[in-house]
Design a protein around this ligand. Structure first.
Ligand code: AMP
Length: 355
């Protein structure tokens, strides 16, 4: 992990009036660049080879400048070039995945958010420790395949976007796949999914207050997942199995949702507990995070995953959501990040939101 002192010294060498907000050209980059521009920042898009053509179709979300690399692995060795442009990195899921967790932790550039969260977020067991100790409910964990007596979801550790996950209802079904990779077995929770997009600001003293700073709810989505979401069109999963078709959970898009209003206090309580516990465990996460939940017919929220940065489900809300509109219109998650950096700059507290 790059020492905090090194990033602070780098920030001291920056011209705070000329910060450039940069990210990799993927994932949530359109709303990040659009939001940064709306807040008056210069933007820089990191891409492999030539600038991706699709930005020509979205002029408001095209970065002011492209920074071409041969591979994402090159980014750390070119950090000094970026630092000359006063670059602040806005990480998203693909940024961290392409670079690798260790390189991201070591990257010698100021980065939005607290990089120490990765240690807790990137390992499913650590996530579990964090969220359960915060008081949240999670799907039960089944210790051994022999103990499968009800529907479970078998998740692979390195799986990206749900690829390769499978459902089993008993030991025999588990053994039909007999995975060789590292996996975890979770109770298959039956209910409806809500991916809640929060924003924690450690430097705002208005709104829904926490022990330090305040919590906002920006929006919610539900993921479109192939092929589980559309399987019913061809018939029940059991019948498809005979053709060798297994349910998969590969994310292909996102759908906006709102939560039954009477559940909002519970949603905020969960967000609040997650942040408070993160402060105790590792000094607190900063900025956007998502609690990915299934709500059962008993109206219990079971959190199956936390994502501690901007998630792609926020892409729908470039011009705000039914929640963010009630704080400030036209506020995407991308723009909210830029606004936080602006506020931190004004309060001379960049150190509190960058690491
Ligand atoms: P994850 O990689 O943990 O985000 O899971 C990928 C997808 O699998 C989710 O978006 C859900 O659709 C589904 N899923 C994950 N965990 C569970 C669970 N315990 N019960 C039912 N569905 C789940």
């Amino acid at each position: 992990m790059v020492p905090k002192g090194k990033i602070s010294r780098l920030l001291d060498s920056y011209d705070p009036k000329k910060l450039t907000l940069a990210t990799v050209c993927s994932h949530t980059s359109l709303q990040l660049f659009d939001g940064a521009r709306k807040e008056g920042f210069r933007t820089l898009g990191i891409c492999i080879g030539r600038p991706p053509k699709f930005y020509d179709a979205f002029p408001k979300a095209r970065p002011d400048q492209f920074f071409s690399v041969g591979s994402y692995g090159e980014i750390p060795s070119r950090a000094a070039e970026l630092a000359k442009d006063n670059v602040v990195i806005i990480p998203h899921g693909s940024f961290v995945e392409y670079l690798g967790i260790e390189s991201f932790e070591d990257l010698e550039l100021p980065t939005f958010g607290n990089r120490r969260v990765l240690h807790w977020e990137s390992d499913r067991d650590k996530q579990r420790e964090w969220l359960l100790s915060a008081g949240l409910l999670m799907p039960d964990k089944i210790a051994r395949p022999e103990d499968i007596t009800r529907p479970v979801l078998v998740k692979f550790y390195g799986a990206k976007g749900g690829r390769g996950f499978f459902i089993a209802k008993n030991y025999e079904e588990f053994m039909e796949v007999d995975p060789k990779e590292k996996y975890t077995i979770q109770e298959y929770v039956i209910g409806t999914r809500y991916y809640m997009h929060f924003f924690y600001s450690p430097i705002t003293d208005k709104g829904y207050r926490l022990s330090k700073g305040s919590l906002e709810l920006l929006s919610m989505d539900r993921r479109d997942e192939a092929n589980i979401d559309e399987m019913y069109k061809l018939g029940a999963q059991e019948r498809l199995k005979q053709f060798g078709i297994m349910p998969t959970f590969v994310v292909t898009g996102n759908i906006p949702v709102v939560l039954r209003e009477s559940l909002l206090p519970k949603a905020f309580w969960m967000g609040e507990r997650t942040v408070e516990r993160s402060i105790e465990l590792f000094g607190g996460m900063v900025g956007p995070f998502s609690l990915e939940c299934i709500v059962t017919d008993k109206l219990e929220f079971k959190v199956f995953e936390i994502s501690a940065r901007i998630v792609a489900g926020t892409n729908f809300f470039v011009s705000g959501s039914p929640y963010s509109d009630l704080r400030e219109p036209n506020m995407s998650a991308g723009r909210r990040i830029s606004k936080e950096i602006k506020l931190a700059r004004r309060k001379k507290a960049l150190d509190e939101v960058l690491s």
